[in-house]
Design a protein around this ligand. Structure first.
Ligand code: NAP
Length: 260
């Protein structure tokens, strides 16, 4: 199936590592031009080098997205250099464990800045260009929005709000044929996940305990499996899908845990 994405410009936040990098690479395989936005400069340089070696066009922008002016700069720069923006993947985020008791009002707001506000800001600044392109948005949420995790009020509430915004924007952008969908991952091995796992005294044992509870295949979701879904959702091949939440999680959230 030709996804009809050749030369489409896709802005991917957190696009240099983990799930974002998988979306970058999958998009490039489909002929898209990625705008890779990340604060990890080393990871940005690595992916830039990798794509250059394959003679692929890409624009890398280092930015700290929790600052609204950085979101504006990223979008303006992407449009200035590439002349169009066809799609946005809001992906950057971090499970920063700002809990109900250990957190504070200030830390809670900071967590929302890290995990939620830049989703709005990026979409806000990108919408004028997406309108011209009849583009699409994919928002990456998390299972914690629905299951909770404990000790992570900031992250969980941000991820829940992202699902609400997905529906809200899908409605608001109907007149412009801009589709907005969310992907809800559960357990994906990425640098962020590895970091979290390594906080446990026995990471291997912890990982085995987690995968044993994933209904389909008793395995982690591959970052590529999130990416394939994201790129399909951005493509005209999913042209009548909007306002949806796709759980790419091996049945983690919805299937009966008793079966595991
Ligand atoms: P990752 O491995 O940490 O990759 C994310 C990239 O985004 C990193 O390079 C990170 O830089 C960057 N980034 C984060 N916040 C940023 C900011 N404010 N400004 C600029 N760059 C920023 O993370 P991942 O596991 O791929 O997660 C990607 C998304 O999936 C997140 O929204 C996460 O909540 C969601 N998710 C992941 C899982 C999972 O199992 N991995 C499950 C559910 C949801 P730093 O390394 O400097 O932070």
């Amino acid at each position: 199936m030709d996804l009809q994405l050749k030369d489409k410009v896709i802005v991917i936040t957190g696009g240099a590592k983990g799930i974002g990098a998988a979306i970058t690479r999958t998009g490039v395989d489909e002929g898209t031009i990625p705008v890779i936005v990340d604060r990890d400069q080393q990871a940005l340089q690595q992916i830039e080098k990798e794509l250059k070696a394959k003679h692929k066009q890409a624009l890398c922008i280092a930015a700290e997205l929790s600052k609204p002016e950085e979101c504006r700069r990223v979008v303006t720069e992407a449009h200035r250099q590439l002349g169009r923006i066809d799609a946005l993947v809001n992906n950057a985020g971090v499970n920063d464990k700002i809990g109900l008791e250990e957190g504070s009002p200030e830390k809670y707001v900071e967590s929302l800045e890290r995990n939620l506000l830049h989703y709005f800001n990026m979409a806000h600044y990108a919408v004028p260009y997406l309108k011209r392109a009849g583009g699409a948005i994919v928002n990456i949420s998390s299972k914690t929005a629905l299951t909770g995790q404990g000790g992570t009020s900031g992250y969980a509430s941000a991820k829940g709000a992202i699902l609400a915004l997905t529906r809200e924007w899908a409605v608001e952008l109907l007149p412009y044929q801009i589709r907005v969908n969310a992907i809800v991952p559960a357990e994906v091995m990425t640098p962020l996940y590895r970091q979290w796992l390594d906080t446990f005294p026995n990471p291997d044992e912890k990982l085995a305990g987690i995968t044993a509870k994933i209904p389909l295949g008793k395995r982690m979701t591959l970052a590529e499996e999130i990416a394939w879904t994201a790129i399909f959702l951005l493509s005209p091949r999913s042209g009548h899908t909007t306002g949806q939440q796709l759980f790419v999680d091996g049945g983690y959230v919805h299937l009966d845990r008793a079966i595991t």
